[in-house]
Design a protein around this ligand. Structure first.
Ligand SMILES: Nc1ncnc2c1ncn2[C@@H]1O[C@H](COP(=O)(O)OP(=O)(O)O)[C@@H](O)[C@H]1O
Ligand SMILES: [Mg+2]
Length: 233
């Protein structure tokens, strides 16, 4: 579904990604791992068109993404929950969801306000509140809901639960599990390795802009040497 072939990219002239090759199959949950600053968000920025490539190629369902704008990539069915969440602070919760509404995957049962509220009841309670009145957890639920409202074929979450209270994290993990059960393809970055490796099918482990290991999530869960070497666990 998604392929990255020898992707080189960076900010200005400095190279951050030095030849990333990876692939995500339809219905798969993939996790991108690595310590801080290793290039996970930069990889996601390249996929979503927020950062141009120096060289290499990214394709999604056979369409080359390299020279497309972010909005065009979203229309192909890639929904992003960005690391900084980027909630529209002056719009209400409902408006934040509705601005994104579109059925880019031509789903026969597209997401609606009601189904998002069912997923995150807290958002319904807060539906008339402005984005800047929300807690961090509510903002993250809203960012996920907003990404779902485009009816993506692929959902990308950068730091899915960062800085959130344990109960909120549990709620978000439950939603991600449910989305997986529904067959959604997911690319996820998070620091909670234990939970992540139970949900993900496969992983790519990055160090300094390169993929240093890839395989089955279950295998990494048991490989404490690899975890210690690249994740400091
Ligand atoms: N906007 C930016 N401008 C310049 N350098 C950046 C920018 N964003 C990230 N970097 C650098 O790129 C490297 C990779 O960062 P990032 O992809 O955010 O890592 P990760 O998400 O794995 O923590 C880091 O060295 C970081 O300092
Ligand atoms: Mg990051």
């Amino acid at each position: 579904m998604l392929t990255l072939a020898n992707v080189h990219a960076g900010y200005n002239s400095s190279e951050v990604l030095s030849g990333i090759t990876m692939q995500l199959d339809e219905g798969e949950v993939l996790t991108l791992l690595g310590r801080n600053g290793m290039g996970k968000s930069t990889t996601i920025n390249c996929i979503t068109g927020l950062l141009g490539l120096h060289s290499g190629e990214i394709t999604f369902n056979g369409v080359k993404l390299n020279n497309l704008q972010s909005y065009q990539i979203a229309r192909l069915g890639i929904g992003l929950v960005p690391e900084e969440r980027h909630i529209f602070t002056n719009l209400t919760v409902a408006e934040n969801l509705l601005v994104a509404a579109a059925n880019y995957s031509a789903s026969i049962s597209p997401w609606t306000l009601q189904t998002i509220y069912k997923l995150f009841p807290r958002l319904q309670e807060r539906s008339k509140h402005a984005g800047n009145q929300l807690s961090g957890g509510e903002q993250q639920m809203l960012a996920i809901g907003r990404a779902l409202m485009i009816n993506p074929k692929l959902l990308i979450l950068d730091e899915a639960t960062e800085g959130l209270a344990p109960l909120i994290c549990d709620e978000i993990w439950n939603v991600i599990r449910l989305l997986k059960q529904q067959g959604l393809s997911i690319l996820i970055v998070d620091k909670n390795l234990h939970t992540l490796l139970k949900i993900a099918d496969r992983y790519y482990l990055m160090e300094k802009g390169r993929v240093v290991s890839t395989g089955c999530a279950q295998d990494l869960a048991q490989d404490h040497q690899l975890q210690a070497r690249y994740l400091g666990l």
